[in-house]
Structure formats: structure tokens, C-alpha cells
Design a protein around this ligand. Structure first.
Ligand code: SF4
Length: 301
């Protein structure tokens, strides 16, 4: 049995929605995250948010042209969604952003937009702008955890109440919403992670989830804690065990579009805890789910 028969993957969701594979092409507004300017999240290494092909010095059309050409070559991709994935993509002058998003939507082959942002950068004016286009625009929120103690540790600069408010605002404006979650935050026990997953599952406005294992990247304040022996990075086999126990609690109509943190380059720290590669980890997860008789949503009555 394939992993896509055990979880609702991004590819399955795109096939159901568009009748074909649709690839996300990473692009940037070129605006630095204001929270990073103010010190930033403890784990933030902005280089790791981008695809290897991304060049933020290009204008939006050039970014799309370059990214789409590489995806076409590597994956025989034909249709695309422009994915504003780095920094905080709703931060900045709204007229500038509206023009940028509109130009991305007008670019040949682009079927829609996904805009990744922080909960505290969703407000009625942003929602009005995001719903002003004729093609769909969805939002990804950096939620990470429902526990304020964890958000404080991560130095997110927002609370769970801010996240809940942003999700409700997106629901009111009819904006499809996904959330990023981090698993393996120091001091979070399995029960804490399960509580976050169950909160997400119970929120019918959430249509997509991206799961990340907390990775210690070079040059971050998290790396300093790791080097001082104050935190550990969860080994990948432990992370897979936890994933396996959490996936059954995720509502079956939520798209799980990421299972492991992306862009784990081999010059980053703590690779010893993350040996192997994503293909191997996905297969281990598939085997574990099969062994336990689990699938997405199977624990929800
Ligand atoms: S919100 Fe995102 S880009 Fe901004 S500091 Fe945090 S992780 Fe970095």
C-alpha cells in the first residue's frame, strides 16, 4: 500500500481539485520578515525556506520563469501555483503586494497563489486584498503549536489566541487556510503535541497542515542552545514514531502536504540525528503505519 493511500497527500489533493499534478513554484515578495528584523524566531535561518532555484533579486516574472523552467525539467511539471513561501509574505505595502500577487496570477501556467505568513500579519485589510483577485489565493500560517510556552520558547512573538483569530478571519473572508506545525519542541511531551494536532483537526477552517521536525540550523540562536548542550534535536526515528501516533488524529480531509522539514542540507548542524533522506523516512513511516494498522483519521470516531 502506498503512503498516499494512508494519508491525504498534496498530490492527491491537486489531482482531486485540478485533475492533474500541480507544482508549487517558490517565489518571494523580496520583503524581509519584520519579526526577523526585531530579533526573529529562535530557529530561523531564512536560506532554508527557499528552493535551491530561487533568486530573490529577480522580479516576479523572472522568478516564475526560472523556477517553472527548473520544475518542468526535473518533474515534467505543466501546471503551477505561485508559492510565496519565504519571510512573511503579507508584510509590506498592500498596494505593492496586490500588484505583485496580481502579476504572479497573470503569469501563463499559474493556477493560483499560496501566501505563507504569520498570524499577526493577517488582518481585514490583508484579507480584502487577498480576496480581490479572480483566481484562488490561499494562506499558510506559521502556527507551530497551540501552547504559548512553546511559542515563547520559539520566540514567535505571537500567541495561540492570535493564531485562532487569524484562522477565524480567513474563514470569514472565505480564504482557504493551512498551518505549519513544529514537532519536537523542547519541553513538549507527546500529550502536548497531540493536543495541538487535535485542536487543528477540530478546526474546520483548516484545510492543510505542514508538519516539521524541529531542525537545528547553523547560525541560529537554537544552534547556540544545542551547542551548549541545553537542548537536543529529536532523532529522526523518534520523530517517525511520533508522526505515526499523531497522523490517525488528523481529520481525513485535511491535506498533509509536508511530513518532514525541507531543505535539510548536509552542512547544517546536528545531522547525526537526521541520518538518511526523505525518501527513506517516508518509507519508514509508511511501514510503521501499516504495521500498526493506522491511517489518517483512523483514531477519530
Ligand atoms: S516569522 Fe518566519 S521568517 Fe520571520 S523570523 Fe520567524 S521563522 Fe523567520
Amino acid at each position: 500500500m502506498q503512503l498516499s493511500e494512508l494519508i491525504y497527500t498534496y498530490s492527491s489533493a491537486m489531482l482531486a481539485k485540478y485533475g492533474e499534478k500541480v507544482f508549487r513554484v517558490g517565489v518571494s515578495t523580496g520583503i524581509t520578515c519584520p519579526h526577523r528584523d526585531a530579533g526573529g524566531c529562535i530557529f530561523c535561518n531564512p536560506g532554508t525556506f527557499r528552493g535551491a532555484y530561487q533568486d530573490n533579486n529577480l522580479n516576479i516574472e523572472e522568478q516564475l520563469e526560472q523556477g517553472m523552467a527548473i520544475l518542468r525539467k526535473n518533474s515534467k511539471a505543466k501546471s503551477f501555483i505561485a508559492y510565496f513561501q519565504d519571510e512573511t509574505s503579507t508584510a509590506g505595502d498592500l498596494e505593492y503586494l496586490a500588484d505583485l500577487f496580481n502579476r504572479a496570477l497573470q503569469y501563463p501556467g499559474i493556477k493560483g497563489l499560496v501566501v505563507s505568513t504569520r498570524p499577526d500579519y493577517i488582518n481585514p485589510q490583508v484579507c480584502e486584498m487577498l480576496t480581490s483577485f479572480s483566481q484562488p489565493v490561499s494562506v499558510e500560517l506559521g502556527m507551530q503549536s497551540i501552547h504559548d510556552k512553546s511559542l515563547n520558547f520559539l520566540r514567535r512573538g505571537h500567541s495561540q489566541a492570535d493564531t485562532a483569530r487569524a484562522i477565524e478571519l480567513c474563514r470569514e473572508w472565505g480564504i482557504e487556510t493551512g498551518v505549519h506545525l513544529i514537532l519536537g519542541i523542547p519541553e513538549e511531551c507527546f500529550g502536548d503535541m497531540l493536543a495541538t494536532i487535535r485542536w487543528v483537526s477540530n478546526n474546520t477552517a483548516i484545510r492543510e497542515v505542514k508538519l516539521h521536525n524541529l531542525v537545528v540550523y547553523d547560525g541560529t540562536d537554537l544552534a547556540k542552545l544545542w551547542q551548549a548542550g541545553e537542548i537536543k534535536q529529536m532523532p529522526v526515528d523518534e520523530y517517525i514514531e511520533i508522526l505515526c501516533e499523531l497522523i490517525p488524529w488528523i481529520r481525513s480531509d485535511i491535506v498533509i502536504s509536508r511530513l518532514f522539514t525541507s531543505n535539510i542540507l548536509h552542512n547544517d548542524l546536528a545531522m547525526a540525528a537526521l541520518s538518511g533522506n526523505k525518501t527513506k523516512w517516508m518509507n519508514l513511516l509508511r511501514l510503521k503505519l501499516l504495521e500498526k494498522g493506522y491511517k489518517q483519521g483512523s483514531a477519530i470516531i
